[in-house]
Design a protein around this ligand. Structure first.
Ligand code: 5AD
Ligand code: SF4
Length: 486
């Protein structure tokens, strides 16, 4: 591999990363000569849609360098863990994986390990890896993952055995790098990064930084390009899409001419792109979900009838301690308003039990909200401490009490969502076919606008197409159906 020509390294992104991708490609060429095949990689992704999107970009960079994707981490020469610290305390899991890879690395001098994602934004974690997991090759964070090629090159060309670069805030926003999407008919599109809400239990604002919205021009151009490549479903992504437009990245003529441009306007503009047939969005903070948004969804059939509306707790007292800025009553009013204007809407949520100070009465309020809203699906979490957040130093609820509440909540959620999601049985709905069904021979799996899965006998040629399916049998979280060929 040739050495770096420091004078000629472009200073501007993404040209700088192009330069390093080419340099890493020289390593790949040498690897091929030595081994008779290209090096392989595996990106293991934990956590949310944001991490999944970042992993698509990491994959794109590695393929551009010349790596080929391995089927599992056991077959890969380069394993990257894109970690999560938001949904679960994943530390133990990560260290377990690393322990196993250490052995593999001892027998394979080409083997490399990278770690990135939200966990790496916690200095104590990085320090632990630096001192106790010296065999990890590259460590980077959420603000500089686009620099994978540059960091990999530093590791390959330098004399350091471990390259660590974690930033505490974003430096630049780099969009136009290669990426490899999981599907070629549906895609997530980031509309904003970070979060300003500082819910007292949550680490996101610390590990993903303050809110930054991309300009409408930038987003619409990306969606147009995707539509021309054949993508038909778009999911607009942000930690709180309803506060889209408050802090912008870059210049925007649309905003200059219309300072009130907000998320519903963006949704409508995305729907105007002809070839896009279905538009989704995630996630909505209940405090910011406007009447204007409800109206836009109600009158626009391209927007999926599904709103993910995390409630977290049903107790107004707990919600205040969580810094959520709504009450049990205002949440229920919002739900009623949504249901009356979008009658067949599907509502899903995130619920946490065991937030510090939660009493049985508070917990009963949460159960009451579940009974009243009748969610199609609810993701349930046991509160756990995130170091550095305000709730970490509040008085914790004993573990056995929390576990008991969690089990009762799970049971109720299962009962309610089984009943609720069965309401479409017998109807014929439009389904976007996603994949072959791995468990049922001759079946494919698709998704309704309501975000409910449907399995039905069908040919793989249907993948990526919208088809009509009769929902013959409700199975709790999914349906069995029949392809209606009209
Ligand atoms: N403990 C448990 N669950 C949490 N979540 C966020 N932070 C924590 C925490 N400290 C849950 C919330 C959020 C989802 C993505 O993860 O319910 O909506
Ligand atoms: Fe975390 Fe609250 Fe922001 Fe959601 S809105 S990412 S829970 S701080």
């Amino acid at each position: 591999m040739n050495s770096v020509d420091f004078i000629n390294i472009p200073q501007q992104e993404p040209a700088r990363q192009e330069y390093f991708m080419n340099k890493c490609n020289e390593y790949v060429e040498e690897f091929i000569i030595r081994n008779g095949k290209a090096p392989s990689f595996y990106v293991a992704t934990f956590g949310c849609q944001m991490n999944a999107r970042d992993s698509e970009k990491l994959t794109g960079i590695l393929e551009r360098i010349g790596y080929v994707q391995a089927q599992s981490e056991a077959d890969a020469n380069f394993v990257i863990y894109n970690t999560c610290t938001v949904r679960e305390n994943a530390n133990m899991k990560l260290y377990g994986h690393l322990g196993a890879l250490k052995k593999k690395k001892e027998n394979d001098k080409d083997m490399m390990i990278g770690i990135c994602g939200c966990m790496m934004q916690q200095p104590e974690v990085v320090e632990h890896i630096r001192t106790s997991y010296k065999f990890v090759d590259v460590v980077f964070g959420t603000f500089n993952f686009y620099k994978l090629a540059e960091l990999l090159y530093m590791r390959l060309s330098g004399d350091k055995t471990q390259v660590i670069e974690v930033l505490d805030k974003p430096e630049v926003n780099v969009e136009n790098l290669p990426e490899k999407k999981k599907y070629n008919f549906k895609s997530g599109v980031n509309i904003m990064y970070g979060c300003n809400n500082f819910c007292t239990y949550c680490i996101v604002p610390y590990v993903r930084g303050r809110e930054r919205s991309r300009t409408p021009e930038d987003i619409l151009e990306e969606v147009k390009k995707l539509s021309e490549e054949g993508f038909v479903e778009i999911m607009l992504l942000g930690q709180n899409v309803n506060s889209y437009g408050i802090n912008f990245l870059g210049d925007s003529a649309i905003i200059d001419n219309n300072p009130d441009y907000s998320f519903p306007d963006l949704l409508e503009d995305v729907c105007k792109i002809d070839k896009i047939k279905r538009v989704r969005f995630m996630t909505s903070h209940p405090k910011d979900l406007s009447d204007k948004l409800i109206d836009v969804i109600a009158r626009n059939p391209k927007i999926a009838r599904h709103i993910h509306l995390p409630v977290q707790s049903g107790s107004s007292r707990v919600l205040k301690a969580m810094n959520r800025h709504y009450t049990k009553e205002s949440y229920l009013e919002l739900v009623e308003k949504i249901k009356s204007r979008i009658p067949d809407v599907s509502l899903t949520t995130d619920i946490m039990v065991g937030f510090p100070g939660e009493t049985e009465e508070d917990f009963q309020d949460t159960m009451d909200v579940v009974r009243k809203v009748r969610y199609d699906q609810a993701f349930t979490f046991i509160y756990s401490i995130r170091t550095g957040t305000p709730a970490a130093t509040m008085e914790q609820v004993p573990e056995d009490v929390v576990n008991d509440r969690f089990n009762r909540l799970l049971e109720l959620v299962r009962e309610v969502s089984t009943e609720t999601s069965a309401r479409f049985e017998g109807q014929t709905v439009e389904v976007l076919v996603e994949c072959k069904n791995d468990h049922m021979d001759g079946y494919v799996t698709g998704r309704m606008g309501h975000n409910i899965l449907v399995h039905f006998p069908g040919d793989e040629e249907l993948i990526g197409k919208f088809v009509n399916v009769k929902l013959t049998e409700a199975k709790g979280f999914y349906y069995l159906g029949e392809f209606i060929n009209d």
